[in-house]
Design a protein around this ligand. Structure first.
Ligand SMILES: [Zn+2]
Length: 132
């Protein structure tokens, strides 16, 4: 793997930060359409025919599935919020991976710097100011 310089990594991170600054409303969960009964006794749905749907947004809370009912007039909005949540999650994940690389690069740079310093200190000393 060809390691990127810290400067390159920071430039990539700046792009991600700009993407985060453009964040809109976001909501976690998996949207699902489930059959719904309208309540009318004369409707086909009362006899098991699937005619209506409800939207729910499911997520896991402490290992249990929790659903939020979404009213029809909010379906489109909630789909957009949910897309935004996915986008932000991806950006955050990339940001985290980049910062891990920045940490590793920092450690590597420091090691290299120390190695250079060490190799300089073993050079035969010439007359002149001494290196502390
Ligand atoms: Zn019905």
């Amino acid at each position: 793997m060809n390691a990127k310089s810290t400067r390159e990594l920071e430039a990539q991170r700046a792009v991600l930060l700009r993407q985060l600054r453009r964040a809109g409303p976001a909501i976690e969960g998996s949207p699902a359409m489930v059959p719904r009964k309208c309540g009318s006794a004369t409707c086909e749905c009362a006899h098991g025919v699937v005619k209506h749907h409800a939207m729910i947004l499911c997520k896991k809370v402490a290992g249990r599935s929790v659903a939020t009912y979404v009213p029809k007039e909010m379906w489109e909005q909630v789909r957009e919020w949910n897309q935004e949540h996915k986008r932000l999650k991806k950006v955050l994940k990339e940001m985290s991976a980049l910062n891990e690389q920045i940490i590793r690069q920092h450690v590597q740079d420091k090691r290299q710097e120390q190695a250079v310093r060490k190799s300089l200190s073993v050079l035969p000393l010439q007359k002149g100011p001494s290196i502390p």
